[in-house]
Every structure is written in structure tokens, then in C-alpha cells.
Design a protein around this ligand. Structure first.
Ligand code: MN
Length: 322
């Protein structure tokens, strides 16, 4: 039996509780894809649960089923656990144990750095999003895609592909988007909600971040450090800093955009973007993180200022001639 058929059979034949897990600091792809998979399982009459260690950003609250994503009450006896969009086991956060303790587990992902940590792995690194992987999988394996599922998957596809603009966007990505439109995805509505609506906190955070922009390496590196105080002053939640790093990268002449955000637990979350001049994932992996060539992430020890120096040193060391 082919790998995909095997995973389809696992989903169809599971008889106990099924856990669907989104990664920590959830984004549109991990949430949209996990929700679509959740609905596919519910439509099969399965006892499915959605879990994410961190809260669903308000931005994605419109996704059908978003309110069902829980962050407490994990069981220890799942028949099947599925990790969605998780490049490594630690991306599951505190759900890692339940994943490993499940009678069977599956990793569904698209990150090149994924070490295939599931017992079964549906990992396609040639895709723009897990939403693309799942759209193809559902169609190929005969799982109906409802309009709600199409909205979830389209959101994942749209957000991870940079609105179908990153290098990762292929003709197949666009075909997957077309398949979802044919199944009822609300293209304009989703675009408006995700890309043309922002909270007051996010809006204030953009201003704060740009005000604190720091240029290094002769203008090749642009860095933004957000402290807990910045987040509080702006009335922003953690999801509100998503995409802020792009303002750094998009400055003319910049090859590395860096966003550092102090976390409540004292660590510092780093988002790294590359113009293509260096491999962002290569640096992220050095710090125990992961990602893609142009977009990667990792976590450092605090405080923020120390983390900033660590990242700058790693980046400076990375260019042959600065
Ligand atoms: Mn993704």
C-alpha cells in the first residue's frame, strides 16, 4: 500500500480518540490545516479533538471550528495523534508526550528540515503549505472537502504562500487554490479578514516596531526587538507581531529581517527572514529551530538585548564578506 493510502486507512479505521495538534505560536497554515483535518474526521464520525499549546490568535477566530481548539485536558490514551505543520517534535509544545504516547502517530508537514519524526509521515517539501498537502491528499484519497474545510485550507494556503507570492508557490499550489474555490472557499472574505483587517493592538505594534528598527551590517540587516513592555503598551497579543518582520526585510538593500519578541517565560522568540542571500533555516537549526530558506524561526534565552547580539553575531558570521 502506498504511504498516502496507508495514512488514509489509519484515519478511516481509527476506533478511539484522535488528537489533531497545531504547532506552538500557531499560524494560519497549522490552524487551517488542523481544522480541515478535524472536520474530515468529524464527518467520518470520529471522536476527534483539536489541540494547540498556545491560544488561537484572534485573527483566526473566524475559521470554522476555531473555538474548539483547546489548550488543556490532554488525555494519555489516544488511538491516533496527528501533528500538523510541525517541523520537529518540539513544535508540538506540551502535546509532544501525548503524540508519542498515542497508539499510532502521523506527521503531516512541508518543512525541509522535518526529520520525519512520526511513525507515519506525510511530508511534501515541494509544497507551499500543509494546506496544499492536505488538499491534494483529501482529493486523491476520496475525502469530501466541504465549504467550511475549503475555507480552512484556503486560509492556510493563502497565509503560508504569502498570498500566492513566495517562491514556494507553484502551479500545483494555484491548482490546489482553484480546487478549494470550486468547493466553496470564500476568497474575498478570507483575504479581507486575514490581510485587510488588523486589530488596534497590531496597528500600534507596527508603529512601535518600526520606531525601534535597528540597522546593522551596513544596512544588510534590519532588526526589531519587542519587549514585554512594548507588547503591553500597545495592547497587543503575541499573534499581533506576525508579519511585522516583513517590514524589516522589505527595506531596500536589506538581506536579513529579524524580529525578536520577549516571551512571558523569559525566552525570546526570533523570526528570521532572508532575501535569498543566505539560508534562514540553516541559522535557525543552529539554535534548535527550523523553517524554510527564506523564513525560519527559533527561540533563544532572554533578555531580548542579549538575544539580539546572539542573532547579529550569527548573521555577521554567516556572510563571507560583510
Ligand atoms: Mn506551514
Amino acid at each position: 500500500m502506498k504511504n498516502n493510502e496507508h495514512i488514509a486507512a489509519l484515519l478511516r479505521n481509527a476506533t478511539g480518540k484522535i488528537l489533531v495538534i497545531s504547532h506552538i505560536s500557531p499560524d494560519g497554515d497549522t490552524l487551517g490545516s488542523a481544522l480541515a483535518l478535524y472536520w474530515a474526521l468529524i464527518h467520518l464520525g470520529k471522536d476527534a479533538e483539536l489541540y494547540c499549546q498556545d491560544a488561537v490568535p484572534a485573527l483566526y477566530g473566524f475559521l470554522p471550528g476555531a473555538a474548539r481548539v483547546k489548550n488543556t485536558g490532554l488525555a494519555d490514551d489516544y488511538a491516533l495523534a496527528v501533528a500538523v505543520d510541525c517541523a520537529s517534535l518540539d513544535r508540538l509544545g506540551d502535546a509532544g508526550e501525548a503524540f508519542q504516547a498515542a497508539a499510532a502517530n502521523v506527521c503531516i508537514d512541508h518543512h525541509k528540515s522535518n526529520p520525519l519524526f512520526g511513525q507515519y509521515n506525510l511530508v511534501r517539501t515541494d509544497t507551499a503549505a500543509v494546506a496544499e498537502v492536505l488538499t491534494d491528499f483529501f482529493i486523491d484519497e476520496g475525502f469530501p472537502i466541504t465549504a467550511d474545510m475549503a475555507d480552512c485550507l484556503y486560509t492556510g494556503l493563502l497565509t503560508d504562500s504569502g498570498q500566492f507570492s513566495f517562491d514556494s508557490t507553484s502551479a500545483d499550489t494555484l491548482r490546489a487554490g482553484a480546487q478549494l474555490l470550486e468547493r466553496g472557499a470564500r476568497l474575498a472574505d478570507i483575504n479581507n479578514r486575514v490581510f485587510r483587517t488588523r486589530s488596534l493592538g497590531r496597528t500600534r505594534l507596527i508603529g512601535r516596531g518600526l520606531g525601534k528598527l535597528r540597522m546593522e551590517a551596513g544596512g544588510k540587516i534590519a532588526l526589531i526587538l519587542l519587549t514585554r513592555q512594548d507588547m503591553a503598551d500597545c495592547g497587543a497579543d503575541d499573534g499581533d507581531s506576525e508579519n511585522l518582520v516583513n517590514y524589516a526585510l522589505e527595506i531596500d538593500g536589506v538581506d536579513a529581517g529579524v524580529l525578536l519578541r520577549e516571551e512571558a517565560d523569559g525566552t525570546v522568540k526570533c523570526s528570521l527572514r532572508s532575501s535569498g542571500a543566505f539560508d534562514a533555516a540553516g541559522i535557525a537549526v543552529k539554535f534548535g529551530g527550523g523553517g524554510h530558506a527564506k523564513a525560519a524561526g527559533f527561540t533563544l534565552d532572554g533578555p531580548g538585548n542579549a538575544a539580539a547580539e546572539t542573532v547579529l553575531a550569527a548573521l555577521r558570521g554567516h556572510w563571507v564578506v560583510a
